[in-house]
Design a protein around this ligand. Structure first.
Ligand code: BYC
Length: 328
């Protein structure tokens, strides 16, 4: 055991050598790896956040896959299919990162289809128009980038490394969404109206993706001490709005916040009041599409049963063959 001196120099708090090593790694901005000792709370918090993130990617495939068969051209269809496949890939990297912490894929999947696990509120909104593919890319993937670039420096190695590749892909996704909206905004009056209507519907839910306000965010303080999160929810939300304002001007769309104004003192864009009641309703399972999203995931899981069985049978055969060869 080693001891540390508390700031008032009176009560030395005893901590184990392993805990001191963990603290030193954090202090040095190094990575914690799966083999390293870590506090149980750190492990649990990571499993919570990473599994929620993985579920978001998997459920997040649904609102866009809704448009694959109706994309307006072959090129748009190919791009959209590739994007939705990227999201499946993100889910898989993230489930793998959570597995390095002892979580099992089966437990995480069961929690999702039982409706016990959280996933991002944003994916419980409908996609009635093609312009929604633009808004998801520009606003939802844009919010994801703002939130996730700092996660590339998360203290847990497998999470931070997974985020590096995810962010590269997200930044391509964001540009393709922006380009869809730009093309619509340069089109007919009807197309411009469709783009604006879609931005009106996605803007506020995209701001909610960053999580509750800082004074109502129970996990933030500890996550920041552990260097999982590097910035607070409100700080990242503010960065996002600052980034959106000039981009909206290029597009020619209006952000649907009459109170949005530039604050000369802070040099930031002050935003209007977010409807947190709506956010909590969605989190409680009462958003516009919660039930449909979960049902679709359950059906897909059931329909994939034969694939899982076939893969397990193949793996058994392969390992029997390897054993036979080793014995001969
Ligand atoms: N939706 O203490 P807080 C994507 C929950 S995928 C639902 O601030 P924390 C994409 C929160 O979990 C985007 N729940 O929590 C995919 C907590 O509940 P529990 C997903 C939310 O963890 C496909 C409670 O509220 N991104 O971009 O410090 C296609 C209190 O919150 C939400 C990530 O997952 C929400 N919006 O901060 C296109 C990023 N917000 O667990 C795009 C990784 C909060 O205590 N995650 N909650 O029951 C994070 O960065 C953080 O977990 C959050 C929340 C900022 C989301």
């Amino acid at each position: 055991m080693t001891s540390t001196i508390t700031p008032d120099m009176s009560v030395p708090a005893a901590i184990s050598v392993e805990e001191q090593q963990f603290n030193d790694l954090l202090e040095a901005d190094s990575r914690i790896e799966p083999r390293d000792w870590m506090p149980e709370g750190y492990r649990k918090s990571l499993v919570r956040q990473i599994s929620q993130h993985a579920h978001s990617e998997i459920i997040g495939m649904q609102p866009e896959s809704n448009w694959i068969t109706r994309a307006p051209s072959l090129k748009r269809k190919a791009i959209l299919m590739a994007k939705v496949q990227d999201e499946a890939g993100h889910g898989l990297y993230l489930y793998s990162a959570a597995q390095t912490l002892g979580a099992t894929r089966d437990d995480m999947t069961d929690a999702l289809i039982a409706g016990k696990a959280r996933y991002s509120s944003i994916f419980n909104y409908p996609t009635p128009s093609w312009a929604d593919m633009g808004s998801i890319g520009w606003l939802v993937d844009g919010a994801a980038i703002c939130n996730q670039v700092p996660l590339c420096r998360a203290s847990y190695g497998p999470y931070g490394r997974a985020m590096v590749r995810i962010c590269k892909e997200e930044s391509f996704h964001q540009r393709q969404g922006f380009e869809i909206l730009l093309e619509l905004m340069q089109g007919t009056d009807e197309q411009r109206q469709m783009a604006q209507d879609s931005v009106n519907r996605w803007y506020w839910p995209a701001l909610m993706m960053f999580g509750p306000p800082d004074d109502d965010s129970p996990n933030s303080a500890q996550s920041m001490v552990w260097k999982i999160k590097r910035h607070s929810n409100d700080e990242l939300r503010q960065r996002f709005v600052n980034m959106l304002v000039p981009q909206a001007a290029v597009l020619g769309v209006t952000l649907p916040d009459p109170d949005l104004h530039f604050n000369e003192e802070t040099q930031q864009w002050d935003l209007g009041v977010i409807d947190w009641t709506e956010f909590h309703e969605v989190l409680a399972g009462r958003g516009p599409n919660n039930a449909q999203r979960l049902q679709r995931r359950r059906d897909a899981h059931d329909e994939g049963q034969w694939v899982r069985e076939a893969a397990a049978a193949y793996a058994r055969k392969q390992s029997a063959r390897t054993e036979e060869m080793a014995a001969s």
